[in-house]
Design a protein around this ligand. Structure first.
Ligand code: NDP
Length: 445
């Protein structure tokens, strides 16, 4: 932090109260000293300062009425962080916790994640402090329409291309795409990703983040002469990322023994029944306790937190930020965990990351391990631009290739900078250099 410390102090001063953003920036800056020492031209061009300041931040009112006619007002956000490598690209999150600091942390991470994919996409993120839980379909539609009524003027397939995130899945993307089309009178498929398969969506996009996270884990294990076959896996969450991480882990021969939602977790020693989990979560939109009730008496539902005490070889946090703390990491290490890969964004606290690194656990940070989702979104944009549609097998093969490429570039970058096996350093530096080189070439903008 020699070069970086004064820059970080300035970022704290200018972005007060945005704790998640501070955490995400610090985690990246902590690893950049060696690059900045080797490449003074990046310091002279103020690349770090420019990268930490979003190109544009939008905050807007989202009024909507519920089924009883009562009016609600939410706050919408879109942070267009960096267009150095392509149009702003990143998901929308609908969750009551959403605020500017959270959107900025996610947008900042997205810049480097998108760079790591090797595809031409910039970084952005957005959302609203809207709670979709318990809302009817009609209420969700009215909210999405109101949100897009403002946001549409800032989007475009060459400008800014949102996707889903927590609380935003295929249903919400559909309602937002419909409203965008209605307002603009353009069938601009490439303006949103995560669309339905019949109207411009890509095969394997739904599966991509979870699948990619497991493929990344398999690559980390391969460097240690191991595979996922026969491993016990713990997954947190039971949303989009978690469900498809479970699916791919099972396909590769692992047994997933636990998963969760915000109410608690289940332990299923026979291995999670994926068809039942999908029925509970994707069809009924129910709570995880319903899985335990329907699956049988051998399954335990435990309310609250504590999932990381379940012994496992591989841990995949796939729920939300800061869900895996130091005490959780210590419990995982005590129980012999070999690999941890972040399906969610920043789920592991900095103290917990340190525990894993000191114990020699293979640790894959989110900006590398969960980049499969946005990579497949970029493949969706590619198909939309060429008015083409690829098969599932072809798209999955591209995803696997991209995840291998991300793994290898993190691995070799970490080695090049004298920290072999440190994927945090590898991901941060590899992503940063790609963005920095583009910014240098494009001048002071
Ligand atoms: P979903 O909304 O589909 O699922 C989120 C899951 O996490 C749910 O099980 C939810 O439980 C749980 N969860 C959410 N907030 C909390 C909380 N505060 N405490 C405990 N559990 C919580 O979202 P996704 O699966 O799409 O996203 C999960 C993570 O992955 C996020 O960090 C997201 O940014 C990241 N990500 C997602 C990508 C994607 O393609 N979808 C791409 C890259 C990263 P409950 O239903 O009870 O709220």
């Amino acid at each position: 932090m020699r070069v970086i410390e004064p820059l970080y102090a300035e970022i704290l001063r200018r972005n007060q109260g945005e704790t998640e953003f501070h955490q995400a920036v610090r985690e990246v800056l902590e690893t950049l000293d060696p690059v900045l020492e080797r490449r003074p031209e990046l310091v002279d061009a103020r690349i770090v300062e420019r990268t930490c300041e979003p190109e544009r931040q939008l905050i807007f009112r989202v009024p909507w009425s519920d089924d009883s006619g009562d009016i609600h007002v939410n706050r919408g956000f879109r942070v267009e962080f960096s267009s150095a490598l392509g149009p702003y690209k990143g998901g929308l999150r609908f969750h009551p916790s959403v605020n500017l600091g959270i959107v900025k942390f996610l947008g900042f991470e997205q810049i480097f994640k998108n760079a790591l994919t090797g595809l031409p996409i910039g970084g952005g993120k957005g959302g609203a402090d809207f709670d979709p839980k318990g809302r009817s379909d009609a209420e969700i539609m009215r909210f999405c329409q109101s949100f897009m009524t403002e946001l549409h003027r800032h989007l475009g397939e060459y400008t800014d291309v949102p996707a889903g995130d927590i609380g935003v899945g295929g249903r919400e993307i559909g309602y937002m795409f419909g409203q965008y089309k209605r307002i603009t009178n353009r069938y601009e498929s490439g303006v949103l990703t995560g669309k339905g398969l019949g109207w411009g969506g890509a095969q394997a996009r739904t599966e991509a983040t979870g699948y990619g996270c497991v493929l990344f884990t398999a690559e980390m294990l391969r460097t240690r002469g191991e595979s996922l076959d026969g491993q016990r896996v713990a997954v947190s969450g039971s949303g989009n990322v978690a469900i498809y991480a479970i699916e791919k882990a099972q396909q590769l021969g692992a047994t997933v023994v636990t998963c969760s939602d915000s109410s608690g977790y289940v332990v299923d020693e026979k291995g999670i029944d994926l068809a039942l989990l999908k029925e509970v979560k994707e069809v009924r939109r129910g709570r995880i306790s319903e899985y335990a009730e329907l699956r049988g008496s051998h399954v335990k539902f435990v309310p609250g937190t504590g999932l990381w005490n379940v012994p496992c070889d591989v841990a995949l946090p796939c729920a939300t930020q800061n869900e895996l703390h130091e005490t959780d990491a210590l419990a995982l290490v005590r129980n012999g965990v070999k690999a941890v890969a972040e399906g969610a964004n920043m789920p592991t606290t900095p103290e917990a990351v340190r525990v894993f690194q000191e114990a020699g656990v293979a640790f894959g940070p989110g900006k590398a391990a969960n980049a499969g989702g946005v990579a497949t979104s970029a493949l969706e944009m590619q198909q939309n631009a060429s008015r083409d549609s690829w098969t599932f097998a072809h798209t999955e093969e591209r995803l696997a290739e991209i995840m291998r490429h991300i793994h290898d570039s993190c691995y070799t970058t970490a080695e090049r900078y004298g920290t072999p096996g440190n994927y945090v350093v590898g991901a941060n530096i590899a992503g940063f250099e790609l963005v920095a080189d583009a910014m240098l070439a494009q001048g002071l903008i």
